[in-house]
Design a protein around this ligand. Sequence first.
Ligand SMILES: [Zn+2]
Ligand SMILES: [Zn+2]
Length: 268
Amino acid sequence: MYAIITENDESAWADETGILYHFPKRYLKYLEPGTHVIYYKGSLKNKSFSKNRLSDAPHYFAIAKIGKTYPDKESNKNDFFATITDFIPFEEAVLAKDDSNYLEIIPDSRKSNYWRDGVRAIDDETYHLIISRVTPNKVSEKKTAYTSDETVGKFQDSLESFSEGKKSKRYVTTYERNPKYRKQAIAIHGNSCAACGFNFGSFYGEYAEGFIHVHHIVPVSEFEAPKHIDPESDLIPLCANCHSVVHRKKDKTLSILEIRNLIADNST
Ligand SMILES: [Zn+2]
Ligand SMILES: [Zn+2]
C-alpha cells in the first residue's frame, strides 16, 4: 500500500517528523503497517517557517514506512498515531505540481476538496512517479530524526557512572537513549513507570512533566543483531529508581515482572 501523509509547519497534531504521525480514525484504512508513505507539506503560510522547508510551494520531502498504529491515549476524539520507520528525507523538494500538472491524480469528483485530506491513498504508479523525481544521490544521508537528545543522554550517563561504575554500562543499550525510539515507546506505553507506577509530572508537577527513562527489555547479550527494534515489545518506561534497580547487578537485568514482585514483596 502507498499513501501520502501531510505534515504542515503548524498543526494541532503532535507529530514528530520521521518518528510519530498522528491522524483521525478515518485515515486508519490507508495506513496499515508496512505502508510506504511520502511526506507532503502544503504551501508556506507563515514566513518564519521558510528556512525549515525545502520549498515554499507544496512539495514532498521524505519517504518512510508505517510501523504500527495505535489508539492515541492522549486524544479524546478517538484519534490514532503511527510509528514511522525507514525515514529518509530528501535533500531537494519534489514539487507537488510540475509545470501545470499535479503528480497526484485528482479525481474529478474531488477537485474542490482533494487537498483537504491530510492522508491520501495513492497507487504504486503515482508513488514511483514521485520517487522518480527525487534527484539521484540527493537522498539525505543524515537522518534528522536521530539527532541526539542531549539532556536524556547526559542524565543517564551520570546516573550509571555514579551508582554502578563502568561495568553496568554494557547492559544499557543505545536504544534506551535513541530519541526516536524513546518518543515512540512513550507514545505507546505512556510516561508512568511500568514497574511502580511513578509519574514524574504527577509527583514533581509541570517541571518534570513527561520525564521518564526508557528501558530496553532484551538484554544486550541476547541481542545479537541489533537491527530492528519494536518499541511496543522491546521498550518500556521506568522511573529512574526502578531503572537503576533493574540494572543493579552486572550479570543480570531484572525483568519487569521481577521488579514488580520485588516492590510487591517489600511493600507493607
Ligand atoms: Zn518505578
Ligand atoms: Zn535499562
